[in-house]
Design a protein around this ligand. Structure first.
Ligand SMILES: NC(=O)c1ccc[n+]([C@@H]2O[C@H](COP(=O)([O-])OP(=O)(O)OC[C@H]3O[C@@H](n4cnc5c(N)ncnc54)[C@H](O)[C@@H]3O)[C@@H](O)[C@H]2O)c1
Length: 247
């Protein structure tokens, strides 16, 4: 029960690693606010956590709107009284999500904007929205989901890679801005993860994609008191993919 009496906000909590993070925080004692733009799925996820004895609420939020994000943080404060953890998990490759095949030279404005706004701007908005509460509480933890593409670059994911590398810089600056207030920030940068079967074909030197649980285990460790001295750090969890040699 590492998160007993803690309040966690998880974005992208309707599916994949965000959903698993929310379930695991709740199973270890946190009160969890599940945030996602997918109304039906995020509601069902929160209800399922409550049915299993956890404490959870859902908020339907498009993280691209600062107004919506600020309202969400205020709702969570009103509902649970504090915000100890923010896990910025919502994100994705705009070529896939916006159904925009082809190279960078064919990328639509809609896909470029989605790629930056969901993978980078939205997380900044959420950090900004929770910072005052964390400062007042004299503590908090922010976990940002990056990607190996942000570290190595990826020809097929130019905008996504740019946004995800931004998460590393964001994390470092948040760590410095937050340190005097007891706020930590860490970035988790996975290689391919089996949240979709298609990820199995992406190679790593270890010969497989990660299981979502492996990434979430790291995320929960970094969120916990066991990681009290860790801040400003980016953790690759990519089966050595970033070491090269995968051509
Ligand atoms: N799966 C991988 O292989 C992989 C690899 C590296 C990094 N990542 C990163 O890890 C994170 C989670 O990945 P996943 O595969 O579990 O994702 P996923 O696609 O299963 O879930 C993403 C969630 O974000 C939500 N979302 C999208 N736009 C939103 C918006 N505007 N506002 C609020 N919510 C929104 C979606 O509804 C969805 O529930 C992402 O940031 C992703 O970029 C994933």
């Amino acid at each position: 029960m590492r998160f007993k009496d803690k309040v966690a906000i998880v974005t992208g909590a309707a599916s994949g690693m965000g959903l698993l993070c929310a379930q695991r925080y709740a199973a270890e004692g946190a009160k969890v606010a599940l945030v996602d733009v997918n109304a039906d799925a995020v509601k069902a996820a929160a209800v399922a956590i409550c049915e299993q004895g956890g404490v959870a609420s859902h908020v339907v939020t498009d993280i691209r709107s600062f107004e919506a994000v600020e309202k969400t943080a205020a709702l969570v404060l009103a509902r649970f009284g504090r915000i100890d953890i923010l896990a910025n998990v919502a994100g994705g490759n705009p070529h896939r999500v916006c159904n925009c095949p082809g190279g960078f030279e064919q990328m639509t404005l809609e896909a470029m904007d989605w790629g930056i706004e969901v993978n980078f701007t939205g997380p900044i908005y959420f950090c900004r929205a929770v910072f005052p509460a964390m400062i007042e509480q004299k503590g908090g933890v922010i976990i940002n989901l990056g990607s190996v593409d942000g570290m190595t670059g990826a020809a097929g994911a130019v905008v996504y890679g740019a946004a995800k590398s931004g998460m590393v810089g964001l994390t470092k600056s948040l760590a410095l801005a937050g340190a005097p207030h007891g706020i930590r920030a860490c970035c988790v940068s996975p290689g391919p993860v089996m949240t979709r079967a298609a990820m199995a074909k992406m190679k790593t030197p270890l010969g497989r994609a990660a299981e979502p649980e492996e990434v979430v285990n790291l995320t929960l460790y970094l969120s916990s008191q066991d990681a009290a001295m860790i801040s400003g750090t980016n953790y690759l969890i990519d089966g050595a993919r970033s070491c090269g040699g995968m051509a």
